[in-house]
Design a binder for this molecule. Structure first.
Ligand SMILES: Nc1nc2c(ncn2[C@@H]2O[C@H](COP(=O)(O)OP(=O)(O)OP(=O)(O)O)[C@@H](O)[C@H]2O)c(=O)[nH]1
Ligand SMILES: [Mg+2]
Length: 460
């Protein structure tokens, strides 16, 4: 069983070589560990005060007295450190051996290796941050676009926490009014109290629903959207992949059946991270390799959250195109009419087939229509052109609890509308209050905390 407040240590920089490597230590023994390991150029112990400080010197192996490396030492005493405990960081040269020797010495001097996310978990346990902020730290590390970074940073700074706190404050105020009325029924009548619950409850419901909606949009920005380019061979799928990536990632030739396997790359479309899949063109084929590719394309059709269905307007549409349009009718899709730089040989009346769909006319070789394509992708994923101003990001765990709170608030409002007694209304409000508390980590069980923090990277 690992001690909850042992002194812990981990390498905070990524594995491999770099200009510096950082070993981080947190806990009540941090000062003792560093005093054994660190010497100033004149061979003294560093002078540690109650304030943060930086020291230059040498990392010394106390077991054989040899210098291990030059070192910058950061001293960040609790409670105003990241974890809330005494923290020190050894910055050494970023060679794998130097870093692992440093960690080894730190452990031999009394620290133990930290679990993934344990530093952030401590920040939470010491009340430095709430759970929504702790999770946002991970989102920030994993952010793939400027937009998702901005939303994650908002939550690190407490955007979601502030919205939740405000909601809880309003519920509490409402509850207090109900309590007074229950205690002094002679001064008031129940109908008025229920009217207040109805009105305020509706406003609260609206706020919860808007956070849930934002949460879903935020999730796409955080996790990205799996987007498959599909179509028959030679329509220009790989050309589009390359155009969106800005480099020649996929092989492009005029031979139908060029792409055999699924290629995956991240692209940033106006702040939306897309996990873009270029697939093998769909057709009946006797070629063994190509037919395996076609099977894979069909698998991606199932997996993708967004389909870019590409048609080539310089050729008449055929059965393959029609089947694809039919098969993907229920999916979230954008229809791309490619090669508009060529004389159109398809029948304009075919447009009736894609009525109600988002359609973009484009030419990947001329780079025509790329702006329209990007706008359409963002709008299909985020709605209303993806304006994220004022949005907060909620993850799936938080959205699940927000949805539970939504149901409880609906019950409270329903009760009030039916004219139930005030104590019945109060119970639903109490539950909504408690459920919202879970979002920011109040009374969350140890198991769940372990699960959340175990998804963190080592050293964070
Ligand atoms: N004129 C014109 N040619 C294009 C356009 N887009 C792609 N092409 C050409 O069409 C041919 C096929 O392009 P690819 O991008 O390899 O097509 P694909 O859909 O990936 O084909 P497969 O991998 O065989 O399924 C190439 O010769 C491209 O240069 C376009 O917008 N206009
Ligand atoms: Mg291709």
């Amino acid at each position: 069983m690992l001690g909850l407040f042992d002194t812990i240590a981990a390498v905070a920089t990524p594995p491999g070589q770099g200009s510096i490597g950082v070993v981080r230590v947190s806990g009540s023994e941090a000062a003792r560990v560093l005093e054994r390991l660190f010497r100033t150029p004149s061979g003294r112990h560093p002078r540690l005060g109650k304030r943060k400080s930086v020291h230059y010197g040498w990392l010394v192996d106390p077991f054989d007295g040899h210098n291990l490396d030059e070192c910058i030492l950061l001293w960040m005493p609790g409670p105003h450190s990241y974890t809330g405990e005494d923290v020190c960081e050894f910055q050494v040269h970023g060679g794998m051996q130097v870093i692992s020797s440093t960690l080894d010495l730190v452990v031999r001097c009394g620290a133990r290796i930290a679990e993934p996310g344990e530093f952030t978990k401590r920040a939470f346990l010491h009340g430095r941050i709430d759970l929504s902020q702790a999770e946002a730290v991970m989102d920030l590390i994993q952010a793939k676009t400027k937009q998702s970074e901005r939303l994650a940073l908002g939550n690190v700074q407490g955007d979601l926490r502030n919205r939740i706190r405000e909601l809880r404050k309003q519920i509490l105020r409402l509850q207090a009014h109900l309590e007074v009325r229950m205690d002094y029924p002679e001064h008031d009548d129940e109908a008025m109290a229920n009217e207040e619950v109805k009105q305020v409850g509706q406003v609260l419901l609206h706020s919860v629903q808007s956070i849930i909606r934002d949460g879903k949009r935020g999730r796409m920005l955080r996790d990205g959207v799996v987007t498959a380019i599909v179509g028959k061979p030679n329509v220009g799928k790989s050309s589009l992949m390359n155009a969106l990536l800005g480099r020649d990632r996929a092989i492009v030739t005029d031979i139908p059946g060029t792409t055999r396997d699924v290629l995956e790359e991240w692209v940033d479309v106006r702040g939306m991270p897309l996990r873009l899949l270029d697939t093998a063109g769909l057709r009946e084929t006797d070629d063994v390799v190509e037919s395996i590719g076609v099977v894979r394309t069909r698998e991606q059709l199932e997996r993708a959250q967004l389909l870019l269905v590409m048609l080539d307007v310089s050729r008449p549409l055929d059965g393959m195109d029609l089947d694809l349009l039919k098969d993907t009718r229920e999916s979230r899709r954008l229809v791309l009419l490619n090669k508009v730089d060529q004389p159109a040989l398809w029948d304009e009346s075919n447009l009736a087939l894609v009525e109600g769909d988002a359609v973009v006319r484009m030419s990947t070789v001329m780079r025509w229509g790329m702006d329209d394509l990007e706008s359409a992708v963002v709008e299909l994923c985020l709605g209303d052109a993806g304006d994220m101003e004022g949005t907060v990001m909620a993850n799936s765990r938080q959205v699940a609890w927000l949805s539970a709170a939504e149901t409880e608030l609906q019950e409270a409002v329903g009760s009030a509308m039916r004219g139930d007694t005030l104590d019945v209304v109060a119970v639903s409000l109490q539950e909504a209050y408690a459920t919202l508390g879970l979002v920011i980590g109040e009374q969350v069980g140890e198991d769940l905390l372990d699960e959340i923090f175990s998804q963190f990277c080592l050293g964070k």
